[in-house]
Ligand binder design. Structure first.
Ligand SMILES: O=P(O)(O)OC[C@H]1O[C@@H](O)[C@H](O)[C@@H](O)[C@@H]1O
Length: 287
């Protein structure tokens, strides 16, 4: 294994076999690329900005401390942009934990003034990315060294690369209630056997199972194994939404991706003074 630091990013490669690797941008601590034997496992928009001017469109952006747009009923995070600030600020590379693991850190000192003013809590985030032979383990520690408790959402907004989303299903969410963000309605139970994709899909499953699978027919493409992350978001923008996003390319690229995102988003988690919290996901690619 080798870890190489660049000015704006860090890359971990498996031994001399550089065909299996992960690349993380310091901006947002966003995983940009995860390759196994040369095959890219994540979708990244060709029009995504990678220069720190806006959040990366693709890979694994981190959502913290709020999910979605301001709701108007949560003053502590309502001044923050959609999906919070973690994905659109530059993290500090803390270094290597071992030859296949790196850590990034973020605290109030890393925030631009306007964001620090909008969310003035004391906090420490430690993001750990570990590359294994066929999987990627990503883990976030949230610490509250301050005197005041704070609320937070967190989400690993993973854009999986798939051959054709219309042939893909997400298994493990069968018959669960979900909030349909497209219809803005709670759906009591789902008659579909597995989640399928033939239109814009934007669902929040509260208290979802720890393990879900992304499948193509009977073949499992990815297993997503979450710890201490009770919700799952499933998203594909489809034709019109992709068209509307200036950083989405190619426009029909939504056929080659699906977001299956593990997190705590249906409700805010609360972190008391001096408390800490950890959530992690193991993404396993079946190749
Ligand atoms: O365009 P953004 O801010 O990256 O968000 C992308 C999508 O992220 C998903 O997590 C949300 O459920 C969607 O509603 C949202 O459209």
């Amino acid at each position: 294994m080798t870890v190489t630091s660049f000015d704006d990013s860090v890359e971990i490669a498996l031994g001399s076999n550089t065909q299996t690797s992960v690349k993380i941008l310091n901006y947002g601590a966003t995983v940009l690329s995860w390759k196994i034997n040369g095959k890219e496992q994540l979708w990244l928009s060709e029009a995504s900005k990678l220069d720190g001017s806006r959040a990366v469109r693709g890979g694994i952006p981190l959502v913290f401390p709020r999910f979605g747009p301001a709701s108007g009923n949560h003053p502590a995070t309502d001044k923050l942009p959609q999906h919070g600030f973690a994905r659109s600020v530059t993290w500090e590379l803390l270094g290597q934990v071992d030859d296949h693991t790196v850590q990034f850190g973020l605290g109030p000192e890393n925030l631009p003034k306007d964001i620090a003013a909008a969310w003035s809590y004391d906090f420490t985030l430690i993001y750990t990315v570990q590359l294994l032979q066929d999987s990627l383990k990503i883990s976030l520690d949230v610490k509250n060294p301050g005197k005041e408790a704070f609320d937070f959402n967190v989400l690993f907004h993973t854009y999986f690369a798939v051959p054709e989303v219309q042939n893909v299903t997400v298994a493990g969410l069968n018959k669960l209630a979900y909030f349909d963000k497209v219809a803005s309605a709670q759906v009591a139970s789902d008659s579909e056997k597995e989640v399928t994709f033939c239109k814009e899909t934007d669902r929040v499953y509260r208290n979802s199972p720890a393990q879900v699978e992304i499948k193509e027919g009977s073949k499992t493409l990815f297993t997503v194994q979450a710890s201490n992350l009770k919700d799952t978001v499933v998203w594909n923008p489809w034709t019109e939404k992709a068209q509307e996003m200036s950083d989405w390319a190619p426009k029909n690229g939504f056929h080659q991706m699906v977001c299956v995102e593990s997190g705590v988003v249906a409700d805010f988690a609360k972190l008391a003074s001096d408390a800490s919290w950890t959530g992690s996901v193991i993404l396993k690619a079946h190749i």
